[in-house]
Write a protein that binds this ligand. Structure first.
Ligand code: ADP
Ligand code: 3PG
Ligand code: MG
Length: 380
């Protein structure tokens, strides 16, 4: 499982990843399987970290399943083996955070063998961790019959269709902070989409690459050359991106700060672009008119600080009312739509952060490649 959910002082902030895995666990229980759950939580780096224990996850899952979920104090060793041996049919046991052991991220073969000893079959439902070649994603698959869970399957089918057999017209909307982290996905999507919209701070870097003044906005100076070559490539393919027409600017991204909506060509020198304006949202929605599918990754503005969440909100509202299949990805965008209470109105919400980006870049995810029949789904 990828139950790596955001936590705040032992409290689960967003249980989406747990809820999305429930169908797999139910399907296994219906078949009388004894279900042993393994996940990481945070990055404890091989140390026991009290704040990263999986017991709150077991408690939440128990509420969702409406059955008791046991919790083991470790994920390997004789005590865990005894607890597993004592499980009855259809019972569920959650193991302790797999990253309390250094062998996890190192994909240590002995550690993987110890994990594998607990089970007869390995069901990987951890799409969000599929881009990591760790013991619990890749190592165990060498020891056991290894198959995809229902969540993983849904991700592969939905995102895989975009990669292999995209519906047309296909529109992609990419926002977020750094173009450097999204260049791979932009280049990959460029060859698949009919229309591409770019916003967020990434658009500021593109505008700066064209020599436009962006005030104190977040511009990646070391990406200007890359940005120029990307724009040239896009224009060469007749896919020049739709970029913001207007922007919401302020001196700082702070609550209560004075804001202005300006033409993108008139960003005041002392201010920062922190969101898109209404003309941009309208333009992006027009680009989505008649689309078969819209893939959206990354928020359009600094959604964490209102009112800079308004562009993201307005676009989401518009898309919720459209006939297009809406495919949402990216940790921050999903969190933004969650906060705005609009996430349920999208057709598909990916549980992956980095994994979704790497999948859409066309990379082979090691966690998927390690599964039986992976050849049918690895698209790259
Ligand atoms: P995702 O996780 O959805 O893929 P990213 O991690 O790429 O998205 O980007 C999310 C971050 O981008 C958010 O923290 C948001 O505040 C920031 N961001 C969006 N627009 C801007 C902007 N104009 N200036 C600065 N930061 C921005
Ligand atoms: C995620 O939240 O993206 C996954 O759970 C992977 O976590 P990681 O970046 O710590 O490997
Ligand atoms: Mg992010």
């Amino acid at each position: 499982m990828d139950f790596n959910v955001p936590m705040d002082h032992g409290r689960i902030v967003d249980d989406t990843r747990i809820r999305q895995a429930v169908p797999t666990i139910k399907a296994l229980r219906e078949r009388q399987a004894r279900v042993i759950l393994l996940t990481h939580l945070g990055r404890p780096d091989g140390n026991v970290d009290e704040s990263a224990r999986t017991s709150p996850l077991a408690a939440r899952l128990s509420e969702l399943l409406e059955v008791p979920v046991g919790h083991a104090g470790d994920c390997i060793g004789p005590e865990v083996e005894a607890e597993v041996a004592a499980l009855g049919d259809a019972e569920v046991l959650m193991l302790e955070n797999v990253r309390f052991h250094r062998g996890e991220t190192r994909n240590d073969p002995e550690f993987a063998a110890q994990l594998a000893r607990l089970a007869d079959v390995f069901v990987n439902d951890a799409f969000g961790t599929a881009h990591r070649a760790h013991a619990s994603t890749v190592g165990v698959a060498a020891h056991l019959p290894a198959v995809a869970g229902l969540l993983l399957e849904r991700e592969i089918v939905t995102l895989g269709r975009i990669m292999r057999d995209p519906p047309h017209p296909l529109v992609a909307i990419i926002g977020g902070s750094k173009i450097s982290t999204k260049m791979g996905v932009l280049r990959s999507l460029l060859g698949r989409v009919d229309r591409l919209c770019i916003a967020g701070a990434m658009a500021c870097t593109l505008f700066a690459a064209r020599g436009m003044a962006m005030g104190h906005s977040l511009v990646e100076e070391d990406q200007l050359e890359t940005a120029r070559s990307f724009l040239a490539e896009a224009e060469g393919r007749n896919r020049a991106p739709f970029l913001p027409l207007d922007a919401v600017v302020a001196a700082e991204a702070k609550p209560g700060v004075e804001v202005q909506t300006v033409d993108i060509k008139a960003v005041p020198p002392e201010s920062k672009v922190l969101d898109v304006g209404p003309m941009t949202v309208e333009q992006f929605l027009r680009a989505c008119d008649g689309a078969a599918a819209v893939v959206w990754n990354g928020p359009l503005g600094v959604y964490e600080i209102p009112p800079f969440d308004q562009g993201t909100h307005a676009l989401a509202q518009g898309l919720a009312g459209s006939d297009a299949q809406t495919i949402i990805g990216g940790g921050d965008l999903v969190a933004a739509l969650q906060e705005l209470g609009i996430v349920d109105r999208m057709s598909f919400v990916s549980t992956g952060g980095g994994a979704t980006l790497e999948f859409l870049e066309g990379k082979t995810l090691p966690g998927i490649a390690a599964l039986k029949d992976a050849g049918d789904v690895v698209h790259a």
